[in-house]
Design a protein. Structure first.
Length: 229
């Protein structure tokens, strides 16, 4: 089984070990945004979000294809996000937002760089759903579904309530212009939690991810889309 271009058993083992730690919530100190090249204040970030039980290593072929295209390399810089997938979607979204905010605070604290505009998200599976949540305004719908009172009427520590508010009530992340979703279950799956669904997921998920993101037609389609954006 080959998950990566010209992969070795060490590549696959590294991918699986990172994916397993992410699925179990381990090694949190390594989570965050990873830049493949030195930051360029004028290039648009192409932000890649991996899926459940996965890691940024799945993007090796796509990143290589973008960097091999002179026109795309001149316009885009690849940012990979390592995030934990053992949390609810809204928590994952909040964490990715925090990772991006922390990156911008480090790279562009004065909010002056052109790179902040025209962000492109690419999300696979769980990462695709997180990417979609980064593109929308939630209003109070999520909060109202979870709580019977508005935030200002909830009793408790105000810092804790503000933290919950940040997860349940949010706006689209600034600067996003396009998003690409790959096999993202935006409507969920009715069989995901039954016995058959759990068994099938454990058997096929790793190989399916590898085949999907090593598919040359898919990579070409994403590259073609970026060339016109």
């Amino acid at each position: 089984m080959s998950l990566l271009p010209a992969s070795t058993w060490r590549d696959n083992w590294r991918h699986l070990s990172v994916a397993l730690r992410g699925a179990l919530g381990g090694a949190r100190q390594h989570a965050g945004v990873q830049l493949l090249d030195p930051y360029d204040p004028d290039k648009r970030p192409l932000i890649l979000l991996h899926g459940l039980f996965s890691s940024p290593m799945i993007w090796a072929r796509l990143a290589a294809a973008v960097q091999a295209d002179d026109a795309l390399r001149a316009r885009f810089q690849v940012w990979q996000v390592l995030h934990h997938t053992n949390v609810p979607m809204i928590v994952a979204r909040r964490r990715v937002q925090d990772y991006l905010d922390n990156t911008w605070r480090l790279l562009d604290p004065q909010h002056r760089h052109a790179a902040r505009k025209g962000l492109v998200l690419v999300g696979h599976s769980f990462g695709g759903v997180v990417a979609r949540l980064l593109c929308v305004d939630s209003g109070t719908r999520l909060w109202d579904a979870a709580f019977v009172s508005p935030p200002e009427r909830v009793a408790g520590d105000r810092a804790d309530i503000r933290s919950m508010q940040g997860s349940y009530i949010f706006n689209a992340y600034p600067g996003i212009s396009h998003a690409i979703f790959l096999a993202a279950p935006h409507r969920g799956s009715p069989r995901a939690n039954d016995l058959l669904g759990n068994l099938a997921r454990r058997i096929v998920v790793i190989e399916a991810i590898g085949r999907l993101l090593a598919n040359e037609s898919l990579i070409s389609a994403v590259v073609s889309y970026l060339q016109h954006r």
